[in-house]
Design a binder for this molecule. Sequence first.
Ligand code: UD1
Ligand code: CA
Length: 482
Amino acid sequence: MKQLDLTIILAAGEGTRMKSKTPKVLHEIAGRPLIEHVLYATAPLNAKEVRLVVGAARELVEARVSSAFPEATFILQEQRNGTGHAVQLAMDGAPHIGTVLVLAGDTPLLTSVTLQEFFDAHVGLGADASVLTAFTPDAFGYGRIVRDDEGNLSKIVEERDADPLEKEIDEINTGVYLFDIAALRTALAGLKSGNSQGELYLTDVIELMKAASQSVIAIRSNDYTETLGVNDRSQLAECAAIMRDRINDAIMRTGVTIIDPTTTWIDLSVEVERDVSIYPGSAILGATKIASGAVIGPRTTLENSSVGPGASIIESRVADSEVGAGATVGPFSFIRPGTVLAADAKVGAYVEVKNSSIGAGSKVPHLSYVGDATIGSGTNIGAATIFVNYDGVDKHQTVIGNDVRIGSDTMLVAPVTVGDGAYTAAGSVITDDVPAGSIGVARAKQRNVLGWVLRKRAGTKSAESARKAGAADGPSKVQGEA
Ligand code: UD1
Ligand code: CA
């Protein structure tokens, strides 16, 4: 069984048309930079060596690629003198015999299956050079595959160098090639820059190899979408949409319901178990795992989080957190990094939780902020409670025990502890610990100034209604004062 000796990925281009500070090959689709899609697609071919030709923003590209593919090596192309020049540089110090795969770093949709079939065909036919080609509905901008009367590959012509008849050819060069290393080396030495761009074109090796009586073949791929390249933001979006559909199809085939695949964006790194339901407008990103039976969305974003079996998260955002089995979140809540919701916990509507753990079956049903807190099990946090964790300089912890009842609109001024089974009175500002089994009451006692509206707001609708209800005028009298 023949093995691939070398893979060369061309990625020195500036990606000018992206109009970006970020180098083109580091733009992401499905949570992965373009260049990594290419590296993952080529990985199963198991080349003995992988070389990337880098130029523009090389430090950024090298740093990113090295973390996922530490064995890849980098060749610097200082002057961008064409694809032929880039391959010349990459061949410096490469093995002298064997097979090399050459492709571009901006074609994120290529699959391992297609590359493996291409490799097998190249080896099976015993070719010295093979070019992967495709029929496209819009060939504009691509190199065209020129075939002779017998249908054999004779050369590749770039758009800018093509005559009107050649421009009508709809079979294009995908920019993916396999070469016999020794034959390629000889042909590269003969490249000339006599073309419209004054560059060394890799594509010209085809004619040179033919002239040297080497066997050169064109192998058609049957899905042109795999070979789409990214040159601008609109092509980035086009490729991202194709990738999204592929990911969603694969996930649905494992037994997951996706109500509207066109508005559901799932990164390649996400794991979804069967019988999960995902509603429209949701994004599931990063290292997120969703267990069986969970319900996600609509309009929910999950990032680097785990969701337990049967949990539900509706119209909410969850980042770097854990949502336990059967727990519920939303609608309209924000779970920030470091949060752990235990089994059957509930975070209801308009609640923000940060760096906190909420125990089994505990509830924060409405309009609250929970920050830097540990909450036990079976506890209820009344509506509009605020965990006052920030004194303007430092953040402090709040500890709430089991089966606690925090009254609505309580301010828990951290650091503070509320013991097991304790209560707080609604509207309290709790600055001191509340021992187990106590109720903390920290609010002014109410007083009613009788007849105040009749005296101070005379002539208003309020005064009129009060009089009808029997409210008495007369000298000021206060109810409830000691
Ligand atoms: C190239 C092919 C064209 C093919 C198309 C497929 C040539 C001359 N043309 O055209 O036949 O249809 O790809 O997408 O090869 N690069 C370098 N160094 C350079 C020049 C380019 O590393 O000096 C890299 C680019 O970063 C890119 C790849 O090579 O990843 C292709 O270069 P690009 O300029 O995009 O070539 P195309 O015009 O698309
Ligand atoms: Ca290109």
